[in-house]
Design a protein. Structure first.
Length: 304
């Protein structure tokens, strides 16, 4: 049983109240403050980075901030077509459901555009290229080939993850650059509604499935998690390449390996562990029945 009070009508009302425009968030002349951190320490774990001084930690934090919004832009490139595909069969059905899903898709398209504009602003100001994993189309193709319930679970994980990051780590951190925090706040405002819609999507896609089918979907969710974890290891290497270029010093192999392991674990918590263990995601797993929740909780500690 699903225990929530989410409805398509309520989501539509909340989305209308939370609506914003990109030009209001990133107006002409907007500037990032590179004297501030971009990411809270709970996610970046750059203060704990071994063998780097305070100035280098801030540079690494800025690289993590660029990576964070770029990763969100990347995952939203597979969320958008998935939501549209889910909405298409509903077009002659519940009007509120269709409007809510199409609004969801429109907001994800807006977020992709926002994060591309942030990338351009960051790149122009930071002065050192920060490469990202990809291409996004190849990652989307790998994700979208899976069972639709498995993909919906991954998207639900991502939506609740973004809620947790903002509410637990970002909102009350006075040291984060105000513009960067504003981007995350406005992203959170709309993702709060997406998490509710995703919960309803998982519920609908799981309806009528037997225990074996649900177990297969959970296995595929974990398979996608392993695929993304491999991408996070690659992204950590790219982050350290940018770090070396920005600081002008090459890390010796042992130091780089230690820093790589520490930062990879930081990314694993940010993008996998924090979503997998979110109480609302856990509630949806429990509602699926069977061993879904137990299976995922056996895996979760690796991503703390």
């Amino acid at each position: 049983m699903y225990h929530h009070n989410f409805t398509y009508g309520a989501v539509l009302d909340a989305s209308a109240r939370a609506a914003w425009r990109i030009e209001d968030i990133l107006p002409p002349g907007a500037k990032l403050d590179f004297n501030c951190d971009f990411m809270p320490e709970a996610l970046a774990r750059t203060d704990a980075a071994p063998g780097v001084d305070s100035n280098e930690r801030r540079i690494l934090n800025h690289i993590r901030g660029h990576e964070y919004l770029s990763i969100f832009g990347l995952v939203e490139e597979f969320i958008l077509p998935f939501v549209l595909d889910h909405a298409r069969p509903q077009l002659d059905g519940d009007d509120l459901r269709v409007r809510a899903l199409l609004g969801f898709a429109g907001e994800e398209a807006k977020h992709i555009q926002l994060f591309r504009q942030f990338h351009a602003l960051f790149t122009a100001s930071f002065g050192t290229p920060c490469e990202m994993i990809g291409p996004a189309q190849a990652i989307a193709a790998e994700i979208l080939r899976h069972d639709v319930l498995a993909v919906a679970l991954l998207i639900l994980h991502i939506e609740w993850m973004s809620q947790r990051h903002y509410l637990e780590s970002i909102r009350d951190d006075a040291g984060v650059d105000p513009l960067f925090k504003s981007l995350l706040k406005h992203h959170w405002m709309e993702e709060a509604q997406h998490a509710r819609l995703d919960t309803l999507m998982v519920e609908a896609l799981a309806a009528g499935r037997n225990a074996e089918s649900i177990a297969r979907a959970v296995d595929e969710y974990l398979e996608m998690g392993a695929f993304l974890d491999g991408g996070l290891a690659s992204q950590t290497r790219l982050n350290l390449d940018a770090f070396e270029a920005a600081t002008g010093r090459a890390l010796d192999p042992d130091h780089r390996a230690t820093l790589q392991a520490q930062q990879h674990q930081a990314l694993r918590w940010s993008y996998i562990g924090s979503g997998m263990t979110h109480p609302k995601f856990q509630a949806s797993l429990a509602a699926l029945g069977g061993a879904a929740q137990t299976h995922i909780n056996q895996v979760a500690p690796a991503f703390y």
